[in-house]
Ligand binder design. Structure first.
Ligand SMILES: CCCCCCCC/C=C\CCCCCCCC(=O)SCCNC(=O)CCNC(=O)[C@H](O)C(C)(C)COP(=O)(O)OP(=O)(O)OC[C@H]1O[C@@H](n2cnc3c(N)ncnc32)[C@H](O)[C@@H]1OP(=O)(O)O
Length: 213
């Protein structure tokens, strides 16, 4: 059982409030990214927008973390990865995915990817597919009570993945000592477009934090 599942009601409320504050900020920046890619307005409007954005970034930087976000708490007790490029509430680069956990250990998400993730025209960049699957497969390891870093991630791109509405899922296959074998996929409405398998490895000498909890 992870601490995430042990949040008290107060901690959950506090976290939800913080999410309600930062989530819309990231969403606004996400919309900006799309606007930046697709805008065709006049040059002077772009120059003005650039100056406005630099000013806004200055406001936000007035008080900030000294380094990266890591896995720290907005509220006590809750393990949070709000800086994640896949699920991060505070990261505009994240599509974002909201992960669902089925009782049988399946981790899945229905999500949307837009212009910011394009590889081949109209299709998801293969590296983005790898990023998403790395994370979702990692979550399946975590959901099974094991931990580890990606040792090997193997993908088979069966056909192009369109931008738009997608589904991803992952489940643990087996655990052998420190190695967890996981499988997963990304699918569109027609079926699977990318298949993934991975080995997550608990580094030598590393003790699962919940082992002694
Ligand atoms: C533990 C911390 C967990 C933190 C979780 C935080 C919160 C989680 C919350 C929510 C889930 C979020 C999910 C996120 C997902 C994102 C994941 C990433 O992006 S991870 C970043 C990219 N990966 C790296 O940077 C790894 C770099 N590599 C290493 O650190 C080491 O090479 C490591 C740990 C992979 C293995 O090092 P060794 O020293 O422990 O391994 P040796 O003892 O040599 O081998 C153990 C066994 O594993 C095999 N092995 C070793 N390396 C392998 C590899 N790369 N692939 C396959 N097998 C390998 C060996 O053959 C050996 O197998 P035999 O026991 O003999 O059967």
């Amino acid at each position: 059982m992870t601490r995430y599942l042990e949040d008290t009601a107060t901690e959950r409320l506090e976290a939800d409030e913080r999410e309600g504050l930062y989530g819309p900020l990231a969403e606004a920046v996400r919309a900006l990214v799309d606007a930046s890619i697709r805008t065709e307005v006049d040059d002077h409007v772009i120059r003005q927008a650039t100056a406005d954005l630099e000013r806004i970034a200055g406001h936000l930087r007035a008080h900030q973390l000294p380094g990266s976000y890591g896995v720290h708490s907005e509220a006590p007790g809750r393990r949070r990865t709000w800086g994640s490029p896949v699920i991060g509430v505070r990261n505009p680069i994240a599509p974002p995915l909201t992960l669902q956990h089925a009782p049988d250990g399946l981790v899945w998400s229905e999500f949307r990817v837009g212009t910011a993730y394009e590889g081949p025209p109209g299709r998801l960049h293969g590296g983005m597919a790898a990023l998403i699957l790395d994370h979702v497969l990692g979550e399946a390891v975590s959901a099974s009570g094991h931990w580890g870093l990606t040792g090997t991630l193997t993908l088979r791109y069966r056909r192009g993945t369109p931008l738009g509405r997608l589904r991803t899922e992952a489940r643990i296959d087996r655990v052998e000592g420190r190695k967890a074998y996981v499988v997963g996929s990304i699918a569109d409405d027609e079926g699977i477009t990318v298949e993934a398998e991975a080995i997550f490895i608990l580094p030598k000498g590393y003790v699962h934090p919940d082992a002694t909890a």
